[in-house]
Ligand binder design. Structure first.
Ligand SMILES: Nc1ncnc2c1ncn2[C@@H]1O[C@H](COP(=O)(O)OP(=O)(O)OP(=O)(O)O)[C@@H](O)[C@H]1O
Ligand SMILES: [Mg+2]
Length: 230
């Protein structure tokens, strides 16, 4: 697929598949096109060329909410929350938008899973940054997704919060062996801990793709990305 902004090819000729049950990390330098690719997948942007296929259906022209209902959930690089709504109100609203339309899962269970059980009545605007990220994750999970797209979920988290996030994803994987996760992340410890496959974007193109050990050793990846981040 392809997506350009005023002639700048932010995503250029990327052919990408996320299969049920796998965790794929999408890495690359700032401006590589990672968020743009997520936006095309989730429907925030239309591609200039190419298609988005979700569980065998061509969803390229579907708006984001229709994709969410079909099982595609995402989080944003900057959390998208309503400051005056409480944690619990956010989760209730997200459940009603989801694939199973509020039948499952229970808000309390979700809040407990992300560690926000005791903050259920706090307005989102009063949450600390790390808790906002975890709430966003709970909202994505409330959609009971088949595919989950995460845009830098660990950015700005404390080490303890990163650990909570890792545990949560590990738990999800154990519980939902068909859930596909696409993780955009700069924290290489998180990437190498969770991903089975890593896709490296550079200037909108796939520079390399493979299992974490191969990516870590890849000379081109070292040169454009990992080398610059000791
Ligand atoms: N809405 C937009 N309008 C114009 N240019 C854009 C827009 N969104 C992204 N771009 C440009 O497209 C390129 C890719 O941006 P993108 O946000 O996808 O990168 P990224 O890999 O997510 O970077 P980061 O790691 O900093 O989040 C950049 O050059 C960016 O300036
Ligand atoms: Mg980005």
């Amino acid at each position: 697929m392809r997506k350009a902004f005023d002639g700048l090819r932010a995503v250029d000729n990327v052919d990408f598949e996320l299969r049920a049950g796998e965790v794929v990390a999408l890495i690359g330098p700032n401006g590589a096109g990672k968020t743009t690719l997520l936006n095309v997948l989730s429907g925030q942007l239309r591609p200039d060329a190419g298609r988005v296929v979700l569980a065998g259906r061509d969803v390229t022209r579907w708006p984001p909410h229709a994709r969410a209902r079909a099982g595609l959930a995402r989080t944003f690089q900057i959390p998208q929350l309503a400051p005056s709504l409480t944690v619990r109100e956010h989760v209730e609203a997200a459940r009603l938008r989801g694939r199973l339309r509020g039948r499952r899962p229970e808000p309390e269970g979700l809040l407990h899973a992300v560690g926000l059980g005791d903050k259920r009545d706090v307005p989102a605007g009063a949450l600390a940054h790390g808790d906002r990220r975890l709430l966003e994750l709970a909202l994505a999970l409330a959609l009971e997704p088949k595919a989950l797209l995460l845009d830098e979920p660990a950015a700005g988290l404390s080490p303890a919060e990163v650990e909570r996030f890792l545990q949560l994803v590990r738990g999800l994987r154990a519980e939902r062996d068909d859930l596909a996760i696409l993780l955009v992340e700069h924290d290489m410890d998180v990437v190498f801990e969770l991903a089975e496959r890593v896709v490296v974007l550079h200037r909108g193109r796939v520079l390399a793709e493979g299992p974490p050990p191969a990516i870590r050793e890849h000379p081109d990846v070292q040169a454009v990305y990992l080398g610059a981040r000791p």
